[in-house]
Design a protein around this ligand. Structure first.
Ligand code: DSN
Length: 430
């Protein structure tokens, strides 16, 4: 890793002066981010303003409770911050009730489950291995231990035009058979548009609450590049740091006053204590950015870039699950290039060349999660950097060369040198 050009340690930076070791590690990470291309679909580059909000005195404040009803004195200004964050989120997503306190997406999901289901209740979701999330019913997660997941399938018929897409008829069958208390849609590795209206029809037919976890696509929804879960879903969770490009954190939204009341009690004191007010301030800043017209352009460009990257990879012979993408991510089936190639190998070769990705299982992957047959690639971070469809053709070429080189030192170095020139031309926003 090239970390030359680090700023010298000076006593004008309080962190550098007090703890040069931590400061140095942070500088190294900053240089790593600057000198590589980030294609992890769940990562992004937050703005300098978002990052500045997190490094403030709001971290000092205890504010258990909600604005106007706290268990601590001195909350006048943090109340304003939390109200502002909630109001901006309502304006972005067009909903009536928002809780901005969840520390993460998994915490938000746990709070919704705790609010709306009893121990042992059934819920329907997509299994992690098919693109779901660990908090959607993985056996060793609280969602799979305290509640009963029943999983609906994708279409597994390779001859079907809907291969590897949500099979809505099968969702309906599973839901009508099991009568779950909740139906959960929204995924971590699913490249296609989600039909929230169809999910609501199924939920209504089987008498279930409809929950959407829009962690991955929240920024696309905010920017009008993916349909909204409202008014179809009863409750919606998200993270704020993926396509939404804010601080690391979670959020829960609903239009139902009764659900909102239960959710608020479930977040605090049900599953969390004091909110992270410095992070909530950064959420407010992020939401302010998402309300700007430029964010619509950003969201649309994320999708255009993903589609450009997808078609360039397909031209090079890589099979993409479901045949492409409608959103910010794609799943590459590496076996289409070489039956023995694994996600773990490709992830390592790409990282050495300066392209950061994650290995990812593909639907019905015979290999275990630490190996996998696939890669998940996404364009939120490179789009933030200012890259466009033309750059995606170049990136597809680098990906292909790095994989074909199988870690060969000269081939890897060549890609890395070319890529660093692009990184220099498109610096990070912070
Ligand atoms: N770990 C996240 C992702 O990468 O999709 C989901 O929480």
């Amino acid at each position: 890793m090239n970390i030359s050009g680090l700023e010298p340690i000076t006593d004008t930076n309080p962190l550098a002066a007090e703890d040069p070791q931590v400061w140095q590690y942070i500088q190294n990470e900053s240089q790593r981010q600057a000198n590589t291309l980030e294609l992890i679909a769940s990562e992004n580059h937050a703005s300098a303003a978002v990052i500045a909000a997190m490094g403030t005195c709001l971290t000092n404040k205890y504010a258990e409770g909600y604005p106007g009803a706290r268990y601590y004195g001195g909350c006048e200004f943090v109340d304003q911050v939390e109200d502002l964050a909630r109001d901006r989120a309502k304006a972005i997503f067009g909903c009536e009730h928002v809780n901005v306190q969840p520390h993460s997406g998994a915490q938000a999901n746990a709070a919704v489950f705790f609010a709306l289901m009893d121990h042992g209740d059934k819920f329907a979701s997509l299994v992690l291995a098919d693109g779901g999330h660990l908090s959607h019913g993985m056996k060793i997660n609280i969602s799979g231990k305290y509640y009963q997941p029943v999983h609906y399938p994708l279409n597994y018929d390779s001859g079907s035009p809907d291969f590897e897409r949500i099979d809505y008829d099968a969702v309906r069958s599973v839901c009508m058979e099991h009568k779950p208390k909740m139906v959960l849609c929204g995924y971590s590795a699913y490249p296609r548009v989600i039909d929230f209206k169809r999910f609501r029809e199924i939920a209504d037919e089987c008498g279930a609450i409809l929950m959407a976890d829009i962690a991955h696509i929240a920024g696309l929804i905010a920017g009008g590049a993916h349909p909204s879960p409202f008014p179809h879903c009863h409750v919606v969770t998200t993270t704020t740091h993926k396509t939404l490009r804010g601080p690391r954190g979670g959020m829960i939204m609903t239009n139902d006053a009764d659900i909102a009341k239960k959710i608020n009690r479930s977040v605090f004191p049900g599953t969390q204590g004091g909110p992270l007010m410095h992070v909530i301030a950064a959420k407010a800043v992020c939401f302010g950015e998402a309300l700007q017209p430029a964010f619509k352009q950003y969201a649309k460009q994320v999708v255009k870039n993903a589609q450009a990257l997808a078609s360039n990879l397909e031209q090079k012979g890589y099979r993409l699950t479901s045949g492409g993408t409608d959103n910010h991510l794609m799943l590459v089936d590496l076996r289409s290039r070489d039956a023995d190639l694994t996600g773990a190998q490709a992830e390592g070769w790409l990282e050495a060349a300066g392209i950061i990705v994650n290995k990812n299982g593909i639907p019905q992957d015979p290999r275990p999660p630490r190996v996998t047959s696939g890669l998940r690639l996404g364009t939120p971070a490179t789009t933030t950097r200012g890259l466009n469809e033309g750059h995606m053709a170049q990136i597809a070429d680098w990906i292909d060369r790095a994989i074909a080189g199988q870690g060969d030192e000269a081939a890897t170095k060549q890609v890395r040198n070319e890529l660093q020139e692009l990184c220099r031309q498109f610096p990070l926003p912070h």
